[in-house]
Write a protein that binds this ligand. Structure first.
Ligand code: ADP
Ligand code: MG
Length: 387
């Protein structure tokens, strides 16, 4: 689960990490009020969406008068902002963060993430912070510094100093930088984060270190023990189909292909996607309808799959273990009748009462392609998209 910048900055403040003075606004009048509350005569109006690259896409506006705050807020609110990170769909701007402007001398990059291959939290830093970090990582990897944290010792002083020296910090910045890093590490562990990125971490004219931007992702599997964080989730930022699926208790992840997958069990769903790829196709989604799928769940799942205009065929791959195949067939038939599907549906059924289930599909009069196994199912689904 991703947090908005303003939510991430609230967390940073709880760990005594300096952030610019700022206030959230949800209307133009709000934004003007926020600017009036923040000392100074220049502000930054920042679109709150779950994607970076806002600066280059016009989502971060530096303004020098209240009239400009008003203009920036009305230009951004309600707009779908497309950045290189969320293209082509973009995300809707419903909230703005109005902040003081800082006199920036340097922009650094700093992040922490879980490196799965190392099974460790890794700190990444670069003197080349700001808006082009992906390019630096690709073309100048030597400018990316890294420290791997031992889970027992945590982030230790010499690692903080290594990074500080690598970043070319001045002597008087080393101690505050180490303190900031330790705060971030604590925040990361306490809240079960999978990513914490500050880009840029700036050095101001007075030599202070301030987190100017912040992106936080919380490990979904740990949300049950972070109720307050879980409540901050903004579903408007997720794929609309994923939000509907979540509400229906379905495990759905949208992908870029054209074969809609409806499968029971996460392992079988992964195997199904692999098979589609193996036979030259591309899955449009991951979808686990769960072990106890009912006719209603199957209908909902069909609707979600069909809401994706890219889907050219549907592959239903169900193993009737807990559920009987005849009940599943009944669900599929009812769903296809109710939803009125115009594209080919390939069904692979296996398990208890499979013969009865297959017979029911044949007798239904619906144009359902019955597959004789996993490979056949994948091949037929791929072929159906190529006609
Ligand atoms: P994004 O990463 O989505 O583009 P950022 O919050 O990093 O958004 O902002 C982009 C750039 O805008 C920053 O690198 C910085 O140069 C400038 N900026 C952002 N907030 C401020 C601020 N409070 N004061 C001065 N400049 C800012
Ligand atoms: Mg940024």
């Amino acid at each position: 689960m991703n947090l908005h910048e303003f939510q991430s900055k609230q967390l940073l403040q709880q760990y005594a990490i300096p952030v610019p003075h700022g206030q959230l606004a949800t209307s133009v009048a709000n934004a003007v009020g926020a600017a009036n509350n923040i000392p100074g005569s220049a502000w930054v109006v920042k679109a709150q969406i779950h994607a970076g690259g806002r600066g280059k896409a016009g989502g971060v506006k530096l303004v020098k008068s209240i009239a400009e705050v008003e203009a920036a807020a009305s230009a951004l609110l309600g707009k779908t902002l497309v950045t290189y990170q969320n293209a082509p769909d973009g995300q809707i701007v419903q909230q703005l963060l109005v902040e003081e402007t800082l006199d920036i001398r340097r922009e650094l990059y700093l992040s922490m993430l879980v490196d799965r291959s190392l099974e460790r939290i890794v700190v990444i830093a670069s003197a080349a912070g700001g808006m082009d970090i992906e390019e630096i990582a690709q073309h100048h990897p030597e400018q990316i510094l890294q420290e791997v944290c031992d889970p027992f010792n945590g982030l230790v002083d010499y690692q903080a100093r290594n990074l500080a020296f690598g970043l070319g910090l001045a002597n008087e910045q080393i101690a505050p930088f180490a303190k900031l890093l330790k705060g971030l590490y604590q925040l990361f562990c306490d809240n079960d984060l999978s990513l914490l990125e500050i880009n840029p971490l700036v050095i101001t004219a007075s030599g202070a270190l301030v987190a100017l931007d912040c992106k936080i992702s919380v490990d979904d599997n740990a949300l049950y023990r972070h109720k307050a964080l879980a409540e901050q989730r903004d579903w408007s930022q997720d794929d609309a189909k994923e939000a509907v699926a979540h509400a229906a208790g379905l495990n759905y992840i949208a992908l870029n292909g054209n074969i809609g997958c409806m499968v029971n069990g996460a392992g079988l769903a992964m195997a199904t996607m692999d098979l589609i790829k193996l036979h030259g196709g591309a899955p449009a989604n991951f979808l686990d309808v769960g072990g106890g799928a009912t006719a209603q769940t199957v209908t909902k799942a069909f609707k979600i799959i069909l809401a994706d205009a890219n889907v050219k065929a549907i592959l239903v791959n169900i193993f009737g273990g807990i559920m009987r195949c005849d009940i599943i067939a009944e669900g599929i038939i009812a769903a296809v009748r109710e939803v009125g599907i115009q594209i080919p549906v390939v069904v692979r059924l296996e398990g208890t009462n499979v013969e009865l289930g297959r017979q029911m599909l044949r007798d239904s009069g619906l144009s359902i392609i019955s597959a004789a196994g996993l490979t056949d199912a994948a091949q037929q689904a791929v072929a159906a998209t190529k006609v």
